[in-house]
Design a protein around this ligand. Sequence first.
Ligand code: URA
Length: 318
Amino acid sequence: MPQENQTIEGLDPAVTLAQAAGLAEHLQRIGVQWLPVADPDSAAALAEQLRFADGGSPEQGSEPASELASAPPAVSPPTAPPAAAPPPATAAVAGSAGAVPPSPAGTAPAFSLQSDSADPTEPYPGPSLAPDARAAELAKCSEQVAACTRCEILSQCRTKTVFGEGNVAPRVVFFGEGPGREEDLSGRPFVGKAGQLLTKMIGACKFAREDVYIMNTVKCRPPNNRNPEPTEIENCREFFQAQFEILRPEYIVCLGLVSAQALLCTKLSVGRLRGKFHQYFDSKVLVTYHPSYLLRNPAAKKAAWDDLQLMLRDAGLM
Ligand code: URA
C-alpha cells in the first residue's frame, strides 16, 4: 500500500480505481463481508487514501470519485433481454428436437431461478449465495440436467450430461457451445483437443482450470458434433441461466458464436461482438473465438489473446 503522496508510476488512476471497484464488487458478490461497499463514496475515500496521481499531482489525485468509479470500459447492454425468451418448460419452439414438453407437476426446478423474468441490464436478482450454498444449488441443478429429456434426440444420444465444473465463486466463467465426444464420455467440459487449448488459454491468463468455472450452452452432445439446434439451446436456457445466477461471475467469456448469440440474444457475428464488453446482469461479457475454431485457424489466436487481455487489463490482472 503506498504512503500518502507516493506516486505509483505507470498506473492510470481512473483505471486503477475502476479495477479496485470491480474487484470489490466481485468480492461482495461472492460473500466477502469485510470490504468497503464499492460505491462512489468508498471510491472517493480510496482515491483520497491512495492519492494515485501522475507525479502526485493533487488535481488528478482529487478527480471526482464518482467518475473514477464509473471509468471501466463501456459495456453494451444485451440487445434483447433473455427474459424475453420463453421459459423452456412452457415454450413451444420450432426445430428438429420438437416442442418443449410442459413440466409435469412436481418436476419444477429444484433450484431457485429468478433471472428468468428479470432484466439482464440490472444486477442479478436476489441475494448472492455463500460458496457452500452455491455448490448445493449447482448440485441440484446438475441433477435436473442429468434427468432431463426435453430434447428427444440429445437425451437419447448422450452418454453423460456435461453440466460444468470449477470454482463456485469464480471471477471468470468460460462459456462454450456443447460437449464433444470426449466430454460426452467423461461428463466433463472441455477435456478434448479444444479443451487442451482452452486450458492453455486459461493458463495464459495466469489462472488454473480450478480457479475458473467452465460450462457449455447445451449440456448434451449434439450427434456428430453438429451445432445445437435453436430448440435445444432454448431447452437448456433455464439451466445455463441458473448457473450464471448462482455463480454471478465478474466476467463471462463466450467461446464462439453459439454461446455468444445464446447469452446475448443476438444474431451478430463473433467478429462484430468481440473486442468490447457486453452486459449480462452484472457480469461483463466478452466474446472471443472458440478454441476449436482456433485449432482450425491458428492465425486467429492473436485476436483471441487480444480479447483475453482486454479482460485481464479490466480486472487489474496485467
Ligand atoms: N467444445 C465445447 O464448446 N465445449 C466442450 O465442452 C468441448 C468442446
